[in-house]
Design a protein around this ligand. Structure first.
Ligand code: UT7
Length: 316
């Protein structure tokens, strides 16, 4: 499997830390020093469907394909205004694709989960061109009356076209059930037969536990896939990590003793856009000419679940 095109679509509004501090008890100083985040894109007028469609069209065009060439479309999404049908089914109509479609919900690990699935489909010969769109709108589920989590996230869509190739080397994907550290619950509105308690909870997060779990899982995953590929850590040209918090990225970098320049980040400008993070960062690196043919890459992502994934990848 290889990535043959990437695309990104961002909402126009950029929300700075000072803007958030107008609504909750926080400050630019606190957010910057604890997370590295200075601003994040946020949906104010756009629809996530339009952003997803724009990112998809961009990736398909860069892959040199037409929407009708796509054989399967996987959309990674945690929440959007529709519960059903899937976001992929809706975006399919917007971009003029004709293939089978479905959504996956694996939080921040969604892109890598889709990569793993696509690799299986492509290796089996079942599908040739797979579109993955990561369309995320965390601003819809955070508690805007509490400072705990709303400072962390950004809204965005990104996409990648995955086709047959020899770029993906080793993939590790694992889940450890830890629903209490990061979750969002919604109440059933009305059912005359319901005889149990139901409740709504905006996004709840135990930040410290997520932080520790993220650093230990991600570092262990990276070590494992690098070794399983027969590489040494110093062979890797670039580590493309999930952009949750600059301190998490820095902790992983220090734990694995990686040089600064091999661990790029954009969390300062993007916040955590959940599964959209990795394709956005990849797209930026490609556009800036920072990745060249033959480069050895590592991707690593983690998120609610707790799910965690890493892979080794040689750029074609
Ligand atoms: O994809 C995964 C998504 N989730 C994450 O990546 C979250 C990972 N965790 C983190 O990024 C960090 O744990 C946070 C940034 C969420 C919090 O940083 P922390 O250094 O772990 O702070 P803390 O939760 O230990 O809180 C320290 C203090 C507390 O005050 P007291 O008890 O010391 O008086 C908090 O009430 O900071 C306070 N605090 C805030 N202050 C201003 C917590 N949130 C804020 C805030 N603004 N937004």
């Amino acid at each position: 499997m290889k990535i043959s095109g990437t695309g990104v679509a961002l909402p126009q509004l950029r929300v700075t830390n000072d803007m958030i501090a107008q609504y909750v008890d926080t400050s630019d100083e606190w957010i910057s020093s604890r997370t590295g985040i200075k601003e994040r894109p946020m949906i104010s007028t756009e629809s996530l469907i339009d952003l997803g469609a724009k990112a998809a069209k961009d990736a398909i065009a860069k892959a040199g394909l037409a929407p009708t060439d796509i054989d399967l479309f996987i959309c990674s999404n945690v929440v959007n205004s529709y519960v059903t049908p899937s976001l992929a089914c809706i975006i399919q109509g917007e971009i003029g694709a004709t293939c089978p479609c479905f959504d996956i919900n694996n939080a921040c690990a969604g892109f890598m989960t889709a990569m793993d699935m696509a690799d299986g489909y492509i290796s089996s010969g079942k599908y040739k061109n797979i579109l993955v769109v990561c369309a995320e709108e965390p601003s819809r589920i955070v508690d805007w009356k509490s400072r705990d989590a709303c400072i962390l996230f950004g809204d965005a869509a990104s996409a990648a076209v995955l086709t047959a190739g020899d770029s993906l080397k080793t993939m590790k994907f694992s889940t450890k059930s830890m629903p209490d550290v990061l979750y969002y619950r919604r109440k059933l509105e009305y059912n005359p037969f319901l005889k149990k308690e139901e409740f709504n909870k905006p996004l709840q997060m135990n930040g410290r536990d997520v932080f520790k779990t993220a650093v230990s899982f991600s570092s262990a995953d990276i070590k494992e896939v690098v070794e399983a590929t027969g590489w040494k850590m110093e062979d890797v040209d670039m580590f493309v990590l999930h952009q949750a918090n600059l301190r998490i990225i820095e902790a992983i970098r220090q734990r694995l003793d990686l040089p600064d320049e091999k661990v790029p980040h954009n969390v300062e400008r993007m916040g955590n856009t959940s599964s959209a993070c990795i394709p956005i960062l990849l797209n930026e690196l490609i556009e800036a000419g920072k990745i060249k043919k033959g480069d050895k890459l590592v991707f690593s992502a983690f998120g609610a679940g707790f799910s965690s994934a890493a892979c080794t990848y040689v750029w074609e």
